[in-house]
Design a protein. Structure first.
Length: 266
């Protein structure tokens, strides 16, 4: 065996080793050639075939956009297009579609690779199905939304009167949730009075102050009277730097029971 033959054999063995290694990486791998029209795929591994349901002979020579569908984010597609144009690394998650039409969340990474021996750039795309993780994230998001909704329950007491018992601490996000919940409830129920009971609020801070202030303005515009109950002496002291409820013409009672008695006595 001469040296030239040995070098060719060694190159073939190296290529076969690389191909076998890529086929076992646990992800779809494709290589595209940007110097050809429409940047077609020139290679895909077995992982890509398993992921998408397409065989190599069906798709080589095509642009990878055939995986896109109606719900594929145009924003993510633009990000990919921009990255390819600038020969930059790209990382996106977008909805793609398998050969049988099944949607999956594709975590797509694209790397520009320059091959010096060929004096040419290629793109290597690595694709992973992250549908299960996305579904779990969406489920967690749903549960968190439910927890937030249940943390501000509006309880009808009798016709025209409801109570909102506030619990815990407040931040801007929870404040917005509370305002949305109250505005929807009052719009639907046409309440005359809404009692906000603050006996279980841990501490008075600026967020609580802004919540009461905005709530009062909102309900006033909707024709509903806001009543505050459950303000303890320590709580009132904490509120001093922020609020003087008398300026808002707010009615305040020690308990929900006292507030109800006052309303009923009108």
């Amino acid at each position: 065996m001469n040296e030239e033959t040995f070098d060719k054999l060694e190159e073939i063995q190296q290529n076969e080793f690389i191909k076998a290694a890529i086929d076992r990486v646990g992800a779809g791998v494709v290589i595209s050639d940007p110097e050809q029209e429409d940047n077609p795929m020139i290679y895909c591994n077995k992982g890509f075939e398993d992921l998408t349901g397409y065989k190599a002979e069906e798709i080589l020579g095509k642009n990878c956009r055939f995986l896109q569908g109606e719900d594929t984010s145009s924003q993510m597609v633009d990000k990919i297009r921009k990255g390819l144009s600038n020969y930059e690394n790209v990382l996106v998650e977008l909805k793609n579609y398998k050969k049988d039409g099944t949607m999956f969340w594709n975590e797509l990474q694209i790397f520009p690779v320059y091959i010096q021996q060929m004096d040419q750039n290629f793109f290597v795309g690595v694709q992973r199905d992250v549908s299960q993780r996305r579904e779990q994230q969406e489920l967690i998001g749903h549960y968190l939304s439910e927890v937030k909704r249940l943390s501000t329950p509006i309880v009808p007491l009798e016709e025209g009167i409801s109570v909102l018992p506030l619990v815990g601490t407040f931040d801007e996000e929870r404040l917005n949730e509370m305002l949305d919940s109250v505005s929807h409830h009052v719009k639907e129920s046409k309440e005359d009075f809404l009692i906000i009971d603050m006996s279980a609020v841990h501490a008075y801070n600026e967020a609580v102050h802004m919540g009461i202030y905005q709530m009062n303005q909102l309900l006033d515009l909707m024709g509903t009277t806001l009543i505050i109950t459950g303000i303890k002496p320590s709580f009132a002291i904490q509120s001093a730097p922020y609020a003087d409820f008398s300026e808002l013409s707010l009615q305040s009672y020690a308990s929900v029971k006292q507030a109800l008695n006052a309303v009923r006595g009108r």
